[in-house]
Design a protein around this ligand. Structure first.
Ligand SMILES: [Zn+2]
Length: 310
């Protein structure tokens, strides 16, 4: 799509004119990656020091209220240009990238990070930015601005879940509701619900059903804890929903040898775990990854139960 090309062009231009973008996209070429093989799928670990800004972000109400919001237009760096989307959102280049092409897409108003009522916009973004995977981090699941509604987008071909969905080794079709097919991932460490279909209204309805079931599990949260990925491919949407039980794993709060600074969000759920400290990148093991997913995600058995109740 035309809009996708424009967004990629914006990234190229901003790298050429904005020092922070130039520096951080430049250093992305030197990030280290290691891969853990789990049989039918793998997980990548990325050592990315610039991401300490996000991984160690203080997202408690007090800290959030004390800082100027970096997604509001009045506080954004003067070099950061934008593209307007549907007159409700602006597409910006993320100056602290994980993906070789990485966008942040805030709403034009300073309004709380919530998916309900905004999932349709996420679908529209996925359809218009079809070179990208669109992602949503809940206010307690990795959003570093929980007070300002936003999505992000990363270039396709980076997250292993994209291939894992297409090769069909890890997920299986378990239900159909209307025109939407629902998939479950029984042995994928993180409980995942995937929706596939070409009808936007049906997808929103199906998502809302999932949302309401999750709400029952976490009645005290402002929204059920979750991460979402949205992909548009050959005229159809593929949505991956990752219900969460915890923001950060116990290892995050440890000290010394036992500590691992890892704050899982959508990208980690998609199969790329970000470690901003080199020591963590070196010492993290296959078993640590399993342990972390087990702590922060709903288990696959709980997810299939939920799907069956939709
Ligand atoms: Zn704001």
């Amino acid at each position: 799509m035309e809009f996708s090309k424009k967004a990629r062009e914006l990234i190229r231009e901003q790298i050429g004119e904005w020092d922070l973008a130039a520096k951080n996209y430049g250093s992305l070429k030197n990030v280290k990656i290691k891969t853990f093989d789990y049989g039918d799928y793998h997980i990548d670990i990325q050592f990315n020091p610039e991401r300490i800004v996000s991984s160690a972000a203080k997202v408690d109400t007090k800290s959030i209220e004390a800082r100027p919001c970096f997604l509001c237009e009045k506080n954004r760096p003067s070099q950061q240009r934008s593209l307007s989307f549907n007159s409700e959102y602006v597409v910006l280049v993320n100056p602290f990238p994980i993906f070789p092409e990485h966008l942040t897409i805030p709403n034009i108003s300073h309004t709380d990070q919530r998916i309900i009522g905004n999932f349709g916009s996420m679908l529209d973004l996925a359809a218009s930015l079809d070179d990208f995977v669109i992602f949503y981090n809940g206010p307690k699941c990795g959003a570093s601005a929980p007070d300002h509604l936003h999505f992000q987008a990363g270039i396709k071909g980076f997250l292993s879940i994209e291939v894992d969905f297409l090769n069909n080794k890890c997920c299986r079709e378990v239900r159909r509701i209307g025109n939407i097919t629902i998939f479950h991932w029984p042995n994928y460490q993180r409980g995942t619900i995937s929706l596939n279909g070409k009808n936007k209204v049906d997808l929103i309805e199906c998502f809302n059903r999932v949302y309401r079931k999750l709400q029952i599990l976490q009645p005290d949260e402002v929204e059920p804890m979750l991460n979402i990925l949205a992909i548009f491919e050959h005229g159809e949407w593929i949505i991956h929903i990752f219900p969460r039980t915890l923001h950060r794993p116990a290892q995050y709060f440890e000290s010394g040898e036992k500590q691992l600074i890892l704050s899982p969000a959508s990208v980690d759920m998609g199969g790329v775990l970000i470690t901003p400290r080199e020591e963590d990148f070196i010492k993290i093991s296959k078993e640590d990854v399993q342990d972390i997913f087990k702590q922060v995600c709903l288990e696959p058995q709980a997810v299939i139960k939920l799907i069956n109740q939709l």
